[in-house]
Design a protein around this ligand. Structure first.
Ligand code: UDP
Length: 498
Protein backbone atom coordinates (compact mmCIF):
# COMPACT_ATOMS: atom_id res chain seq x y z
CA UNK A 1 0.00 0.00 0.00
CA UNK A 2 1.87 3.08 -1.22
CA UNK A 3 0.68 6.66 -1.61
CA UNK A 4 1.53 9.73 0.41
CA UNK A 5 2.57 9.12 4.00
CA UNK A 6 -0.39 8.97 6.34
CA UNK A 7 -0.31 9.26 10.08
CA UNK A 8 -1.77 7.03 12.81
CA UNK A 9 -1.75 8.17 16.45
CA UNK A 10 -1.77 5.54 19.19
CA UNK A 11 -2.52 5.75 22.89
CA UNK A 12 -1.79 2.66 24.99
CA UNK A 13 -2.82 2.23 28.61
CA UNK A 14 0.02 2.80 31.09
CA UNK A 15 1.15 -0.76 31.83
CA UNK A 16 4.00 -2.84 30.45
CA UNK A 17 1.65 -5.56 29.17
CA UNK A 18 -0.13 -2.91 27.07
CA UNK A 19 2.89 -0.88 25.90
CA UNK A 20 4.61 -3.96 24.44
CA UNK A 21 1.79 -5.07 22.09
CA UNK A 22 1.07 -1.44 21.12
CA UNK A 23 4.68 -1.06 20.05
CA UNK A 24 4.43 -4.32 18.10
CA UNK A 25 1.20 -3.14 16.45
CA UNK A 26 2.84 0.17 15.53
CA UNK A 27 5.68 -1.73 13.92
CA UNK A 28 3.30 -4.02 11.96
CA UNK A 29 1.24 -1.10 10.60
CA UNK A 30 4.36 0.86 9.89
CA UNK A 31 6.05 -1.98 8.02
CA UNK A 32 2.93 -2.76 6.00
CA UNK A 33 2.11 0.82 4.98
CA UNK A 34 5.04 3.15 5.59
CA UNK A 35 2.64 5.35 7.57
CA UNK A 36 4.08 7.60 10.23
CA UNK A 37 3.05 6.31 13.65
CA UNK A 38 3.00 8.40 16.79
CA UNK A 39 2.67 6.67 20.14
CA UNK A 40 1.67 9.09 22.90
CA UNK A 41 1.85 8.41 26.61
CA UNK A 42 3.02 9.75 29.95
CA UNK A 43 6.73 10.68 30.27
CA UNK A 44 7.69 7.58 32.29
CA UNK A 45 6.02 5.19 29.84
CA UNK A 46 7.59 6.97 26.89
CA UNK A 47 10.91 6.47 28.65
CA UNK A 48 10.15 2.71 28.91
CA UNK A 49 9.25 2.58 25.23
CA UNK A 50 12.39 4.50 24.28
CA UNK A 51 14.61 2.09 26.17
CA UNK A 52 12.72 -0.93 24.77
CA UNK A 53 13.33 0.34 21.24
CA UNK A 54 16.98 1.15 22.02
CA UNK A 55 17.60 -2.41 23.29
CA UNK A 56 15.70 -3.99 20.45
CA UNK A 57 17.98 -5.93 18.15
CA UNK A 58 15.73 -5.36 15.12
CA UNK A 59 15.51 -1.58 15.00
CA UNK A 60 12.13 -0.04 14.38
CA UNK A 61 13.09 3.13 12.55
CA UNK A 62 14.42 3.12 9.06
CA UNK A 63 15.25 6.28 7.07
CA UNK A 64 12.03 6.19 5.10
CA UNK A 65 9.75 5.37 7.97
CA UNK A 66 9.20 6.41 11.50
CA UNK A 67 7.69 5.59 14.84
CA UNK A 68 7.57 8.72 16.94
CA UNK A 69 7.18 8.73 20.70
CA UNK A 70 5.49 11.73 22.32
CA UNK A 71 5.39 12.38 26.07
CA UNK A 72 2.21 14.08 27.23
CA UNK A 73 2.53 16.16 30.41
CA UNK A 74 1.54 14.11 33.46
CA UNK A 75 2.56 14.21 37.09
CA UNK A 76 1.57 11.15 39.13
CA UNK A 77 1.72 13.19 42.38
CA UNK A 78 -1.16 15.35 41.11
CA UNK A 79 -3.29 12.20 41.15
CA UNK A 80 -2.37 11.07 44.65
CA UNK A 81 0.21 8.58 43.38
CA UNK A 82 3.86 8.32 44.41
CA UNK A 83 6.31 10.28 42.20
CA UNK A 84 7.10 8.70 38.83
CA UNK A 85 4.64 5.84 39.07
CA UNK A 86 2.59 6.31 35.92
CA UNK A 87 2.66 2.59 35.30
CA UNK A 88 0.80 -0.14 37.12
CA UNK A 89 3.89 -2.06 38.14
CA UNK A 90 4.56 -0.38 41.49
CA UNK A 91 0.98 0.41 42.50
CA UNK A 92 -1.46 -1.10 44.97
CA UNK A 93 -5.02 -1.83 43.72
CA UNK A 94 -6.52 1.45 45.08
CA UNK A 95 -3.67 3.33 43.40
CA UNK A 96 -4.31 1.45 40.16
CA UNK A 97 -7.88 2.72 40.11
CA UNK A 98 -6.48 6.26 40.56
CA UNK A 99 -4.16 5.65 37.63
CA UNK A 100 -7.12 4.56 35.46
CA UNK A 101 -9.09 7.62 36.55
CA UNK A 102 -6.16 9.95 35.92
CA UNK A 103 -5.78 8.85 32.28
CA UNK A 104 -8.45 11.37 31.34
CA UNK A 105 -6.13 14.20 32.44
CA UNK A 106 -4.07 13.44 29.31
CA UNK A 107 -6.95 14.55 27.10
CA UNK A 108 -6.12 18.28 26.60
CA UNK A 109 -2.50 17.51 25.65
CA UNK A 110 -3.65 14.61 23.45
CA UNK A 111 -6.07 16.87 21.58
CA UNK A 112 -3.26 19.45 21.14
CA UNK A 113 -1.08 16.71 19.66
CA UNK A 114 -3.78 15.85 17.11
CA UNK A 115 -4.25 19.51 16.16
CA UNK A 116 -0.46 20.09 15.91
CA UNK A 117 -0.17 17.12 13.51
CA UNK A 118 -3.11 18.49 11.52
CA UNK A 119 -1.46 21.90 11.19
CA UNK A 120 2.01 20.55 10.38
CA UNK A 121 0.85 18.00 7.81
CA UNK A 122 -2.07 19.91 6.38
CA UNK A 123 -4.50 17.13 7.29
CA UNK A 124 -5.42 15.19 10.43
CA UNK A 125 -4.09 11.71 11.17
CA UNK A 126 -6.06 8.96 9.42
CA UNK A 127 -7.09 7.42 12.71
CA UNK A 128 -6.50 7.09 16.41
CA UNK A 129 -5.84 3.62 17.81
CA UNK A 130 -6.45 3.66 21.53
CA UNK A 131 -6.45 1.13 24.31
CA UNK A 132 -9.91 -0.05 25.37
CA UNK A 133 -9.20 1.71 28.69
CA UNK A 134 -8.43 5.02 26.93
CA UNK A 135 -11.54 5.17 24.76
CA UNK A 136 -12.24 8.81 25.64
CA UNK A 137 -10.15 9.39 22.51
CA UNK A 138 -13.38 8.67 20.59
CA UNK A 139 -14.43 12.22 21.43
CA UNK A 140 -11.07 13.66 20.33
CA UNK A 141 -11.36 11.72 17.04
CA UNK A 142 -14.91 12.90 16.45
CA UNK A 143 -13.87 16.52 17.04
CA UNK A 144 -11.55 16.38 14.00
CA UNK A 145 -13.69 14.04 11.92
CA UNK A 146 -11.48 10.94 12.04
CA UNK A 147 -12.12 7.39 13.20
CA UNK A 148 -11.17 5.90 16.52
CA UNK A 149 -10.24 2.24 16.69
CA UNK A 150 -10.10 0.36 20.00
CA UNK A 151 -7.25 -2.06 20.44
CA UNK A 152 -7.51 -4.80 23.02
CA UNK A 153 -4.10 -6.13 23.95
CA UNK A 154 -5.92 -9.16 25.39
CA UNK A 155 -7.43 -12.15 23.61
CA UNK A 156 -10.98 -12.31 22.30
CA UNK A 157 -12.51 -14.61 24.93
CA UNK A 158 -10.85 -12.89 27.90
CA UNK A 159 -11.69 -9.41 26.65
CA UNK A 160 -15.30 -10.35 25.92
CA UNK A 161 -15.74 -11.84 29.40
CA UNK A 162 -14.09 -8.84 31.06
CA UNK A 163 -16.25 -6.37 29.14
CA UNK A 164 -19.45 -8.33 29.70
CA UNK A 165 -18.85 -8.71 33.43
CA UNK A 166 -18.02 -5.03 33.99
CA UNK A 167 -20.85 -3.75 31.84
CA UNK A 168 -23.52 -6.15 33.18
CA UNK A 169 -22.32 -7.17 36.66
CA UNK A 170 -24.03 -10.58 36.13
CA UNK A 171 -22.88 -11.86 39.54
CA UNK A 172 -25.33 -9.45 41.17
CA UNK A 173 -28.81 -10.87 41.69
CA UNK A 174 -31.85 -8.60 41.48
CA UNK A 175 -31.89 -8.10 45.24
CA UNK A 176 -28.22 -7.05 45.09
CA UNK A 177 -26.85 -10.29 46.58
CA UNK A 178 -23.92 -12.15 45.05
CA UNK A 179 -24.40 -15.31 42.96
CA UNK A 180 -21.83 -18.09 43.27
CA UNK A 181 -22.27 -19.12 39.63
CA UNK A 182 -23.58 -17.17 36.67
CA UNK A 183 -23.59 -16.99 32.90
CA UNK A 184 -22.55 -13.92 30.95
CA UNK A 185 -24.52 -11.85 28.43
CA UNK A 186 -23.02 -12.62 25.00
CA UNK A 187 -21.80 -16.07 26.11
CA UNK A 188 -23.65 -19.38 25.64
CA UNK A 189 -25.76 -20.28 28.70
CA UNK A 190 -23.76 -23.46 29.13
CA UNK A 191 -20.63 -21.41 29.74
CA UNK A 192 -20.73 -20.89 33.52
CA UNK A 193 -18.51 -18.56 35.48
CA UNK A 194 -17.73 -18.73 39.21
CA UNK A 195 -17.48 -15.86 41.65
CA UNK A 196 -13.89 -16.93 42.47
CA UNK A 197 -12.98 -15.97 38.89
CA UNK A 198 -13.69 -12.33 39.73
CA UNK A 199 -11.09 -10.04 41.23
CA UNK A 200 -12.19 -8.97 44.77
CA UNK A 201 -12.89 -5.43 43.50
CA UNK A 202 -15.09 -6.74 40.73
CA UNK A 203 -16.77 -9.17 43.12
CA UNK A 204 -17.75 -6.25 45.34
CA UNK A 205 -18.71 -4.01 42.42
CA UNK A 206 -22.38 -3.00 42.34
CA UNK A 207 -22.33 -0.07 39.91
CA UNK A 208 -21.95 2.57 42.61
CA UNK A 209 -18.48 1.79 43.96
CA UNK A 210 -15.26 3.53 42.94
CA UNK A 211 -14.14 0.78 40.52
CA UNK A 212 -17.50 0.62 38.72
CA UNK A 213 -17.58 4.40 38.44
CA UNK A 214 -14.23 4.32 36.62
CA UNK A 215 -14.54 1.11 34.58
CA UNK A 216 -18.16 1.14 33.44
CA UNK A 217 -18.10 4.53 31.65
CA UNK A 218 -14.58 3.98 30.35
CA UNK A 219 -15.35 0.55 28.84
CA UNK A 220 -18.72 1.76 27.51
CA UNK A 221 -16.90 4.47 25.56
CA UNK A 222 -14.87 1.81 23.78
CA UNK A 223 -18.12 0.50 22.23
CA UNK A 224 -18.41 3.78 20.32
CA UNK A 225 -15.22 3.03 18.34
CA UNK A 226 -15.77 2.30 14.67
CA UNK A 227 -13.79 -0.93 14.88
CA UNK A 228 -11.76 -3.14 17.19
CA UNK A 229 -8.35 -4.68 16.76
CA UNK A 230 -7.74 -7.78 18.86
CA UNK A 231 -4.37 -9.31 19.66
CA UNK A 232 -5.47 -12.82 18.76
CA UNK A 233 -5.72 -15.32 15.92
CA UNK A 234 -9.17 -16.22 14.54
CA UNK A 235 -8.42 -19.95 14.36
CA UNK A 236 -6.92 -20.05 17.85
CA UNK A 237 -10.07 -18.97 19.67
CA UNK A 238 -13.01 -19.19 17.23
CA UNK A 239 -15.57 -19.22 20.05
CA UNK A 240 -13.99 -16.17 21.72
CA UNK A 241 -13.92 -14.29 18.43
CA UNK A 242 -17.66 -14.88 17.86
CA UNK A 243 -18.51 -13.85 21.41
CA UNK A 244 -16.36 -10.70 21.25
CA UNK A 245 -18.14 -9.71 18.04
CA UNK A 246 -21.47 -10.11 19.87
CA UNK A 247 -20.32 -8.17 22.92
CA UNK A 248 -18.67 -5.19 21.22
CA UNK A 249 -20.77 -4.99 17.99
CA UNK A 250 -18.38 -3.07 15.68
CA UNK A 251 -16.05 -4.93 13.31
CA UNK A 252 -13.36 -6.93 15.10
CA UNK A 253 -10.09 -7.59 13.26
CA UNK A 254 -8.02 -10.40 14.80
CA UNK A 255 -4.48 -9.32 13.94
CA UNK A 256 -2.35 -11.19 16.48
CA UNK A 257 -0.26 -12.56 17.90
CA UNK A 258 1.77 -9.39 18.41
CA UNK A 259 4.94 -11.08 19.50
CA UNK A 260 8.40 -10.67 17.95
CA UNK A 261 8.38 -12.18 14.43
CA UNK A 262 11.46 -14.29 15.22
CA UNK A 263 9.28 -16.27 17.68
CA UNK A 264 7.02 -17.24 14.78
CA UNK A 265 9.84 -18.17 12.48
CA UNK A 266 9.59 -21.85 11.52
CA UNK A 267 13.29 -22.35 12.29
CA UNK A 268 13.94 -23.85 15.73
CA UNK A 269 14.73 -21.66 18.75
CA UNK A 270 15.72 -18.12 17.73
CA UNK A 271 18.13 -17.84 20.72
CA UNK A 272 18.24 -14.13 21.40
CA UNK A 273 14.88 -12.61 20.68
CA UNK A 274 16.32 -9.26 21.63
CA UNK A 275 13.55 -7.63 23.60
CA UNK A 276 14.20 -7.22 27.29
CA UNK A 277 12.10 -4.13 28.07
CA UNK A 278 13.45 -3.71 31.56
CA UNK A 279 16.81 -4.48 33.09
CA UNK A 280 16.69 -8.24 33.74
CA UNK A 281 17.79 -9.68 37.11
CA UNK A 282 19.89 -12.16 35.15
CA UNK A 283 21.59 -11.65 31.80
CA UNK A 284 20.06 -13.47 28.84
CA UNK A 285 23.48 -15.12 28.30
CA UNK A 286 23.54 -16.57 31.83
CA UNK A 287 19.96 -17.69 31.52
CA UNK A 288 20.58 -19.47 28.22
CA UNK A 289 23.74 -21.06 29.61
CA UNK A 290 21.77 -22.36 32.60
CA UNK A 291 19.04 -23.70 30.31
CA UNK A 292 21.66 -25.33 28.05
CA UNK A 293 22.76 -27.41 31.02
CA UNK A 294 19.33 -29.04 31.37
CA UNK A 295 17.63 -31.68 29.19
CA UNK A 296 14.99 -30.91 26.59
CA UNK A 297 11.59 -29.81 27.96
CA UNK A 298 12.70 -30.43 31.54
CA UNK A 299 12.53 -26.88 32.97
CA UNK A 300 9.49 -25.17 34.46
CA UNK A 301 9.42 -21.38 34.00
CA UNK A 302 7.51 -19.48 36.73
CA UNK A 303 6.46 -15.85 36.34
CA UNK A 304 3.50 -13.69 37.25
CA UNK A 305 4.01 -11.01 34.61
CA UNK A 306 4.98 -7.39 34.88
CA UNK A 307 2.52 -6.17 37.52
CA UNK A 308 1.41 -8.90 39.86
CA UNK A 309 2.92 -10.66 42.77
CA UNK A 310 1.70 -13.16 45.38
CA UNK A 311 1.57 -13.13 49.18
CA UNK A 312 4.60 -14.05 51.29
CA UNK A 313 2.87 -17.20 52.62
CA UNK A 314 2.06 -18.44 49.12
CA UNK A 315 5.58 -17.63 48.00
CA UNK A 316 6.85 -19.89 50.78
CA UNK A 317 4.45 -22.73 49.82
CA UNK A 318 5.34 -22.36 46.14
CA UNK A 319 9.07 -22.51 46.95
CA UNK A 320 8.52 -25.74 48.90
CA UNK A 321 6.41 -27.20 46.09
CA UNK A 322 8.96 -26.30 43.43
CA UNK A 323 11.84 -27.77 45.40
CA UNK A 324 9.78 -30.85 46.29
CA UNK A 325 8.88 -31.43 42.63
CA UNK A 326 12.57 -32.14 41.95
CA UNK A 327 12.12 -30.51 38.52
CA UNK A 328 14.48 -27.77 37.38
CA UNK A 329 12.87 -24.33 37.33
CA UNK A 330 13.45 -20.64 36.61
CA UNK A 331 11.40 -18.47 38.96
CA UNK A 332 11.07 -14.71 38.50
CA UNK A 333 10.46 -13.27 41.94
CA UNK A 334 9.10 -9.88 42.89
CA UNK A 335 8.71 -8.82 46.54
CA UNK A 336 5.44 -10.24 47.89
CA UNK A 337 2.21 -8.27 48.31
CA UNK A 338 2.61 -5.58 50.97
CA UNK A 339 6.33 -5.01 50.32
CA UNK A 340 7.83 -2.18 48.32
CA UNK A 341 8.77 -3.33 44.85
CA UNK A 342 12.21 -1.85 45.38
CA UNK A 343 12.60 -3.67 48.72
CA UNK A 344 15.62 -5.86 49.36
CA UNK A 345 14.88 -9.56 49.01
CA UNK A 346 14.45 -11.16 52.41
CA UNK A 347 15.55 -14.72 53.24
CA UNK A 348 12.42 -15.23 55.40
CA UNK A 349 10.27 -15.19 52.25
CA UNK A 350 11.77 -18.59 51.37
CA UNK A 351 12.42 -21.87 53.18
CA UNK A 352 15.72 -21.74 55.05
CA UNK A 353 18.74 -21.80 52.73
CA UNK A 354 16.47 -22.05 49.64
CA UNK A 355 18.27 -19.66 47.29
CA UNK A 356 21.73 -21.00 48.19
CA UNK A 357 20.56 -24.62 47.80
CA UNK A 358 19.07 -23.86 44.38
CA UNK A 359 22.41 -22.42 43.22
CA UNK A 360 24.39 -25.37 44.62
CA UNK A 361 22.16 -28.10 43.23
CA UNK A 362 21.39 -26.17 40.00
CA UNK A 363 17.74 -27.17 40.49
CA UNK A 364 16.51 -23.59 40.39
CA UNK A 365 17.50 -20.29 38.86
CA UNK A 366 15.87 -17.64 41.04
CA UNK A 367 15.70 -14.36 39.15
CA UNK A 368 14.92 -11.11 40.91
CA UNK A 369 12.22 -8.88 39.41
CA UNK A 370 12.58 -9.31 35.65
CA UNK A 371 13.70 -12.15 33.39
CA UNK A 372 14.41 -12.42 29.66
CA UNK A 373 11.09 -14.25 29.24
CA UNK A 374 11.14 -14.61 25.47
CA UNK A 375 14.59 -16.19 25.45
CA UNK A 376 13.48 -18.59 28.19
CA UNK A 377 10.29 -19.64 26.41
CA UNK A 378 12.14 -20.11 23.12
CA UNK A 379 14.72 -22.41 24.65
CA UNK A 380 14.31 -26.14 23.98
CA UNK A 381 14.84 -27.01 27.67
CA UNK A 382 11.70 -25.14 28.75
CA UNK A 383 8.90 -27.67 29.21
CA UNK A 384 6.07 -25.74 30.91
CA UNK A 385 5.16 -22.28 32.17
CA UNK A 386 3.54 -21.58 35.55
CA UNK A 387 1.90 -18.30 34.61
CA UNK A 388 -0.60 -15.73 35.84
CA UNK A 389 -2.20 -16.12 32.38
CA UNK A 390 -1.58 -12.59 31.14
CA UNK A 391 -2.37 -12.64 27.43
CA UNK A 392 1.15 -11.76 26.26
CA UNK A 393 2.59 -14.57 28.34
CA UNK A 394 0.01 -16.98 26.90
CA UNK A 395 0.70 -16.12 23.27
CA UNK A 396 4.46 -16.15 23.85
CA UNK A 397 4.25 -19.56 25.54
CA UNK A 398 1.89 -21.23 23.04
CA UNK A 399 3.88 -19.88 20.10
CA UNK A 400 6.68 -22.13 21.38
CA UNK A 401 4.39 -25.09 22.11
CA UNK A 402 4.89 -24.68 25.87
CA UNK A 403 1.86 -25.80 27.97
CA UNK A 404 0.72 -23.76 30.93
CA UNK A 405 0.04 -24.19 34.63
CA UNK A 406 -2.43 -21.40 35.37
CA UNK A 407 -2.51 -19.24 38.44
CA UNK A 408 -4.64 -16.28 37.30
CA UNK A 409 -4.36 -13.27 39.60
CA UNK A 410 -6.16 -10.21 38.22
CA UNK A 411 -7.76 -8.46 35.24
CA UNK A 412 -9.10 -10.94 32.64
CA UNK A 413 -6.56 -13.63 33.54
CA UNK A 414 -9.11 -16.04 35.10
CA UNK A 415 -11.15 -16.04 31.87
CA UNK A 416 -8.00 -16.63 29.82
CA UNK A 417 -7.19 -19.53 32.12
CA UNK A 418 -10.74 -20.94 31.77
CA UNK A 419 -10.42 -20.92 27.98
CA UNK A 420 -6.94 -22.51 28.06
CA UNK A 421 -8.25 -25.35 30.23
CA UNK A 422 -11.76 -25.90 28.82
CA UNK A 423 -11.49 -24.97 25.14
CA UNK A 424 -7.84 -25.36 24.19
CA UNK A 425 -6.76 -28.17 26.53
CA UNK A 426 -3.30 -26.64 26.95
CA UNK A 427 -3.40 -25.82 30.66
CA UNK A 428 -4.19 -27.01 34.16
CA UNK A 429 -5.25 -24.40 36.71
CA UNK A 430 -3.27 -24.70 39.95
CA UNK A 431 -5.21 -22.10 41.93
CA UNK A 432 -6.71 -18.68 41.32
CA UNK A 433 -6.52 -15.21 42.84
CA UNK A 434 -4.14 -13.48 45.22
CA UNK A 435 -5.80 -15.30 48.15
CA UNK A 436 -6.31 -18.63 46.37
CA UNK A 437 -5.43 -21.68 48.42
CA UNK A 438 -2.07 -23.22 47.69
CA UNK A 439 -0.58 -26.38 49.04
CA UNK A 440 2.93 -27.60 48.28
CA UNK A 441 1.69 -31.14 47.66
CA UNK A 442 -0.74 -29.85 45.03
CA UNK A 443 2.06 -27.79 43.46
CA UNK A 444 4.16 -30.96 43.19
CA UNK A 445 1.28 -32.98 41.80
CA UNK A 446 0.32 -30.45 39.11
CA UNK A 447 3.93 -29.91 38.04
CA UNK A 448 4.25 -33.71 37.77
CA UNK A 449 1.14 -33.97 35.56
CA UNK A 450 2.08 -31.13 33.19
CA UNK A 451 5.77 -31.98 32.84
CA UNK A 452 5.05 -35.66 32.29
CA UNK A 453 6.24 -37.00 28.94
CA UNK A 454 3.11 -39.13 28.58
CA UNK A 455 -0.60 -38.93 29.38
CA UNK A 456 -2.14 -35.54 30.06
CA UNK A 457 1.19 -33.66 29.99
CA UNK A 458 1.99 -34.99 26.54
CA UNK A 459 -1.53 -34.23 25.27
CA UNK A 460 -1.26 -30.65 26.47
CA UNK A 461 2.13 -30.22 24.85
CA UNK A 462 0.80 -31.56 21.52
CA UNK A 463 -2.14 -29.18 21.66
CA UNK A 464 0.14 -26.27 22.53
CA UNK A 465 2.30 -27.13 19.51
CA UNK A 466 -0.84 -27.16 17.31
CA UNK A 467 -1.83 -23.70 18.58
CA UNK A 468 1.69 -22.48 17.81
CA UNK A 469 1.19 -23.78 14.24
CA UNK A 470 -2.09 -21.90 13.94
CA UNK A 471 -0.28 -18.72 14.98
CA UNK A 472 2.43 -19.28 12.39
CA UNK A 473 -0.14 -19.92 9.67
CA UNK A 474 -2.04 -16.75 10.60
CA UNK A 475 0.96 -14.47 10.07
CA UNK A 476 2.24 -16.25 6.94
CA UNK A 477 2.16 -14.63 3.54
CA UNK A 478 3.28 -16.77 0.62
CA UNK A 479 2.54 -17.00 -3.07
CA UNK A 480 -0.46 -14.68 -2.91
CA UNK A 481 -1.92 -16.48 0.11
CA UNK A 482 -2.34 -14.47 3.26
CA UNK A 483 -2.80 -15.95 6.72
CA UNK A 484 -5.91 -14.79 8.59
CA UNK A 485 -4.09 -12.18 10.71
CA UNK A 486 -2.29 -10.73 7.68
CA UNK A 487 -5.61 -10.55 5.84
CA UNK A 488 -7.36 -8.96 8.84
CA UNK A 489 -4.61 -6.35 9.11
CA UNK A 490 -4.97 -5.54 5.40
CA UNK A 491 -8.76 -5.39 5.76
CA UNK A 492 -8.35 -2.91 8.60
CA UNK A 493 -5.75 -0.84 6.72
CA UNK A 494 -7.90 -0.75 3.61
CA UNK A 495 -10.53 1.12 5.63
CA UNK A 496 -7.91 3.84 6.17
CA UNK A 497 -7.00 4.05 2.49
CA UNK A 498 -10.34 4.28 0.70
N1 UDP B 1 7.94 -10.03 30.92
C1 UDP B 1 9.31 -10.22 30.77
N2 UDP B 1 10.02 -10.56 31.88
C2 UDP B 1 9.46 -10.73 33.12
C3 UDP B 1 8.05 -10.56 33.24
C4 UDP B 1 7.33 -10.23 32.12
O1 UDP B 1 9.86 -10.06 29.67
O2 UDP B 1 10.17 -11.04 34.06
C5 UDP B 1 7.15 -9.64 29.72
C6 UDP B 1 6.47 -10.84 29.10
O3 UDP B 1 7.30 -11.44 28.12
C7 UDP B 1 5.21 -10.23 28.52
C8 UDP B 1 4.91 -9.05 29.43
O4 UDP B 1 6.12 -8.76 30.13
O5 UDP B 1 5.44 -9.76 27.20
C9 UDP B 1 3.82 -9.35 30.44
O6 UDP B 1 2.59 -9.28 29.81
P1 UDP B 1 1.37 -10.20 30.22
O7 UDP B 1 0.25 -9.85 29.33
O8 UDP B 1 1.77 -11.62 30.22
O9 UDP B 1 1.08 -9.84 31.72
P2 UDP B 1 0.90 -8.44 32.50
O10 UDP B 1 2.25 -8.00 32.89
O11 UDP B 1 0.21 -7.48 31.56
O12 UDP B 1 0.06 -8.82 33.68
Amino acid sequence: MGGPRKHVVMLPFMAQGHLIPFLALARRIQQRTGFTITIANTPLNIQYLTSTIAKDSSKISTPESEIRLVALPYNSVDHGLPPNTENTEALSPPQIVSLFRSSRSLEPAFRRLISDITVQEGRPPVCIVSDIFMAWTNEAAKAVGIVNISFTTGGAYGTAAYMSIWLNLPHRSLGGGIKEEFSLPGFPDSCRFHISQLHPFLRAADGTDEWSRVFQPSLSLSLASSGWLCNTVEEMEPKGREILRKVVKPTVWCIGPLIPPSMLDPSPSPGFVGRTGKEPGVSPEKCLEWLDSHPKESVLYVSFGSQNTITASRMMELAMGLEGSKKPFIWVIRPPIGFDLKAEFRPEWFPEGFEERMVETKQGLVVHKWAPQLEILCHKSTGAFLSHCGWNSITESLSQGVPIIGWPLAAEQAYNSKMLVEDMGVAVELTRGMQGSLDKEEVKRVIGVVMEKSGKGEDMRKKAVEIGELMRAAVKEEGGHKGSSVQAMDDFLSTLCP
